[in-house]
Write a protein that binds this ligand. Structure first.
Ligand code: FAD
Length: 480
């Protein structure tokens, strides 16, 4: 059977010319006033074959793939670093990931890159500790051993996925079977309410799906959670491994710098793109500083929630922009926390519907008189992620005597170049818009982990999209 996703329609010559007419009419004052010393002269289309906007995994992969075809590529990145929503920084004398972290061999695109660049994997066992501390809906603290009481917590949750294979028989090929689109009508909160739970499994469900999504359960599509389990061989246990057991030694930096070195493109940092225009023979990409760059085609990897901040000419179709205007539901906060004392391994849960701004916190190592914890919460119940005192107050709900020594985080929700964390759909949102989000516009192609066909919301999905769109650019540029 044909996979429609791999055969995205190329813009027709008529559409490209129509785009050029509008682009000419709308030529921005910034373009006209571009400083003469720019990298390229405004209107020239022969300087670059392709311009990639954004140097996260989607953008760096696209640039690397374009190099394989011999194209001259420019990457324009708004931030002062590459990596996008993956970001390895030093904390407590070691590299730690403030964004995307966990990878798995069930994620074929990222695993191929791990093999290609020879980076090493290490296990992070904290999420799988036997000793669990959990808060109930009222914030009262309890403890349990999963080896003794696992069935009470996990049994009813496993049953929530009983129809996963029926809803999503081909989870990596979203256009082959539409049952998942038709089923995408309820939220995680609706599904929890409709399930017969034990008190413990209700708490775990309200914890796990908030931590999985970073969004309040009433805002998150149930089917988008089913997708993660379907992609993990329909196994909830395996899904936990995929999203939180194995990470890259030295942090994601080991992988994104390998990709950066290999991509063969000119990368310009601190270059926010303000306008992307399709012209008669190519594209003009205009920086916020007025600099104009020209090429035969462009790939935008601007994340879904930030796409509305770039001006397109001709304007993006309503269906493509609508989801960016609404915003996806993924608002996770991730915080690295160092506390005094060396504690044994544990994991802790608090339901997203309860008072705690931290829903999941787990041990990530203990040495030199300190314990390192990783915490997740939802931006729908916000916490100042870099405020040591606020974080200590939240941690003490789980560990009443904890003394927080240091915290480290990046505020993805208030970063203008992400405006959210990993992408999680609202009910009926991305399922209905996926084709529009993936579609090209004039000579501009769109790659993002946020609208990947399979591992949307993950590094794997970003790499998938970099591969697919660069191939579509090659099809356009090699067309006789
Ligand atoms: C806290 C957190 C934890 C996560 N955990 C995991 C995990 O454990 N495992 C996993 O697989 N995934 C995880 N993810 C998701 C994963 O990091 C992302 O899905 C993936 O990195 C997205 O890659 P991308 O290239 O599509 O987008 P991005 O990485 O966001 O790259 C887009 C790039 O475009 C740039 N940009 C934006 N606007 C402009 C503009 N106007 N002009 C120029 N450049 C612009 C941005 O600065 C950015 O560099 C996590 C994400 C977060 C935030």
């Amino acid at each position: 059977m044909k996979n429609p996703e791999t055969e995205a329609p190329l813009p027709s010559r008529r559409a490209v010319l129509a785009g050029a007419a509008v682009a000419g009419a709308l030529a921005s004052p910034m373009a006209r006033g571009a400083p003469g010393g720019g990298t390229t002269a405004a209107g020239r289309t022969d300087e670059y074959d392709a311009i990639v906007v954004g140097a996260g995994f989607a953008g760096l992969t696209a640039a690397r793939e374009l190099k394989q075809h011999g194209y001259k590529t420019l990457v324009l990145e708004a931030r002062d670093r590459v990596g996008g929503r993956t970001y390895t920084a030093e904390f407590n004398g070691k590299p730690h990931d403030l964004g995307g972290t966990w990878v798995h061999w069930f994620q074929p695109h990222v695993w191929a890159e791990i093999s290609r660049y020879g980076v090493e994997i290490e296990e992070s066992p904290g999420n799988f500790a036997d000793d669990v501390i959990y808060l109930d809906e009222e914030g009262r603290r309890h403890q349990a051993k999963m080896s003794e009481r696992g069935a009470e917590f996990y049994g009813p949750i496993q049953a929530m996925f009983a129809d996963a294979r029926e809803i999503m028989p081909r989870p990596a090929e979203p256009f082959v079977d539409r049952r998942w689109v038709e089923a995408d009508t309820i939220s995680v909160a609706d599904k929890i309410a409709a399930t017969q739970h034990t008190p413990e499994s209700r708490i775990l469900a309200a914890t796990m799906f908030t931590a999985n999504s970073g969004g309040a359960s009433k805002n998150v599509s149930w089917v988008d959670i089913v997708r993660l389990v379907a992609l993990s061989g329909y196994s909830l246990e395996l899904e936990s491994d995929v999203v939180s057991r194995f990470k890259i030694k030295g942090g994601m930096r080991s992988l994104y710098t390998a990709l950066e070195k290999d991509c063969g493109a000119t990368i310009k940092l601190d270059n926010r793109v303000a306008v992307i225009e399709t012209t008669a023979s190519g594209v003009r990409v205009i920086g916020a500083d007025g600099e104009v760059y020209s090429a035969k085609a462009a790939i935008s990897t601007v994340p879904l929630n930030a796409l509305k901040d770039v001006k397109f000419s001709p304007p993006l179709p309503r269906e493509k922009l609508k989801v960016s205007m609404e915003g996806h539901a993924g608002k996770a906060n991730k915080i690295h926390i160092l506390i005094e004392g060396e504690r044994p391994i544990f994991t802790a849960w608090a339901p997203g519907t309860g008072p705690s701004p931290i829903n999941h916190i787990f041990w990530d190592g203990a040495a030199n008189g300190h314990t390192h914890l990783i915490a997740f919460g939802s931006g729908d119940n916000p916490i100042q992620v870099m405020d040591r005192e606020a974080v200590e107050k939240a941690v003490r709900q789980f560990l009443p005597d904890a003394k927080v020594v240091a915290v480290k985080a990046h505020d993805w929700n208030n970063d203008p170049y992400s405006k959210g964390a990993w992408c999680i759909s609202r009910p009926g949102q991305i399922s209905n818009a996926l084709r529009d989000l993936q579609a090209p516009h004039g000579r501009v192609f769109f790659a993002s982990g946020d609208w990947a066909s399979a591992w949307r919301s993950a590094i794997d999905g970003a790499i998938e999209q970099g591969i697919v769109t660069s191939r579509n650019v090659h099809r356009l540029l090699s067309r006789p």
